[in-house]
Design a protein around this ligand. Structure first.
Ligand SMILES: Nc1nc2c(ncn2[C@@H]2O[C@H](COP(=O)(O)OP(=O)(O)OP(=O)(O)O)[C@@H](O)[C@H]2O)c(=O)[nH]1
Ligand SMILES: [Mg+2]
Length: 418
């Protein structure tokens, strides 16, 4: 349906940014744009010294970009760098084309992928916050060109008519509704914690193989495909690691460089699932040429979400694609002696991964002896509710309880741990 759409993709190369990095930014933008079904695109790397306030690039460069777009027959110009609302307006006036930035592309992808109520609300909120300062521009040009995105039907017309105040009201309503949905999820989560099974979250760059891992270890049947942001909603499944160990495994939205901050804000609670886990499984696509940038980006986003010090199991996936590349494989193994190397496609390394997960769990969930004052029956109740109690003994001065606690309970009981 979108085959007819042609786009020119523009990335800026300031001094100091290598040709390689500029090309890889362009490549990633192309991947994002392809995900939207726009297959015909031409990339331009524009060298520039400093940002120009009016058009981001100087007017000479801008003319060149417009000429290239017209020559290619493009109706869309897509910048990898953020455009301010006024720059975007200036660009559309100058070129007569639809001009958008990477943020809007990602927002559009998220809109298409949002299925659950929470995801739809979160994307809606991020979109409104993004478009609020851009009202003077005919909103959702991109959606309209593409025939309207799911979950955003009639958005363009509606936006144009609404004034800012009405949008503010809508934002408030969306937030309220989101709060409700989230409270429900918090309750589900505390129920999960109540049964005290360890929780493990799968994190990583988009397309690394997170959903494939969840599907391989459980029968979740989550959509896994070669597209960016295939998954937006957390899915949790119970799985056995062998030796009587069971965990709850959660797969969630992937990370990417320059994730729009409106989306981070809107998806904070989804992204924060990781915070409630015992540990993280960080999946890296070893076959991607930029695996290390992707690994570091994931670490940065985790830090910004307050999960920087969560214990992590590093998993290099897609090792089948490196079968011929002995040097890279050995290099990775030397650089990351603690990591596990797998191919979820062939099943190679899966047993080692399960062993690693069990070991990690055993070190993190060691039984702890809690010494409670005799008059603190309430704490004993708490222990029975939130931890796995192994034994209980009354002494002259205290109640000694041996228990295995999930992280939240362990934190709450810290002062009684011996
Ligand atoms: N060659 C190869 N491809 C794999 C392997 N594991 C997963 N893939 C492919 O990688 C693509 C992405 O996998 P997903 O599991 O959807 O990735 P994800 O991390 O969940 O991605 P998002 O949900 O988009 O963030 C799919 O096309 C998988 O078939 C592997 O071991 N080898
Ligand atoms: Mg996924």
């Amino acid at each position: 349906m979108d085959d007819a759409l042609k786009a020119v993709l523009v990335t800026l190369q300031p001094p100091g940014l290598s040709d390689y990095t500029a090309q890889s930014h362009l490549g990633e933008l192309r991947g994002l744009v392809n995900t939207l079904g726009i297959v015909e695109s031409r990339g331009l790397v524009v060298k520039h010294r400093e940002p120009h306030p009016r058009l981001l690039v100087g007017s000479g460069k801008a003319e060149e970009i417009v000429a290239a777009a017209l020559d290619f027959g493009a109706t869309l110009v897509i910048f990898d760098d953020d455009l301010s609302p006024s720059q975007q307006r200036n660009w559309e006036e100058l070129s007569g084309l639809t001009v958008i930035d990477r943020q809007e592309v990602i927002l559009e992808i998220f809109s298409e992928r949002a299925f659950t109520r929470e995801a739809v609300l979160q994307v809606g909120l991020a979109r409104m916050q993004y478009s609020l300062p851009r009202l003077a521009r005919s909103y959702t040009n991109l959606s309209r060109q593409r025939g309207g995105a799911r979950g955003n039907r009639g958005g363009g017309e509606m936006q144009l008519e609404l004034d800012r105040r009405v949008i503010f009201d809508k934002i408030d309503k969306l937030k309220e509704e989101l709060d409700k949905v989230r409270r429900h999820r918090d309750r589900t989560r505390s129920k999960r914690e109540g049964n005290s099974l360890p929780v493990v979250s799968i994190v990583g760059y988009t397309n690394a193989g997170k959903s494939t891992l969840l599907n391989t270890l459980t029968d979740a049947g989550v959509l896994q495909e070669d597209k960016l942001f295939a998954t937006l909603d957390p899915t949790t499944r119970r799985t056995a690691l062998g030796g009587g160990l069971e965990i709850l495994l959660t797969d969630t939205v992937g990370f990417i460089q320059k994730l729009p901050h409106h989306l981070i804000d809107a998806f904070r609670s989804t992204l924060e699932e990781a915070r409630f886990s015992d540990f993280l499984v960080h999946v890296v696509d070893a076959s991607h040429q930029d695996w290390d940038v992707q690994r570091l980006t994931t670490l940065e986003v985790l830090t910004s979400l307050g999960c920087g010090d969560k214990p992590q199991v590093l998993v290099f996936n897609k090792m089948d694609a490196l079968a011929e590349n002995e040097v890279l494989r050995r290099g990775l193994e030397l650089q990351f002696p603690e990591a596990v190397f797998v191919s979820l496609r062939t099943g190679d390394g899966l047993d080692a991964l399960k062993t690693k997960l069990s070991e990690t769990l055993k070190t993190l969930r060691r039984p702890v002896l809690y010494r409670l004052p005799l008059n603190r029956g309430d704490l004993l109740g708490y222990l029975y509710k939130h931890t796995q109690v192994l034994s209980e003994a009354y002494t002259e001065t205290a109640i000694d309880v041996l228990a295995v606690a999930p992280p939240s309970a362990a934190a709450a009981l810290l002062e009684f741990a011996t």
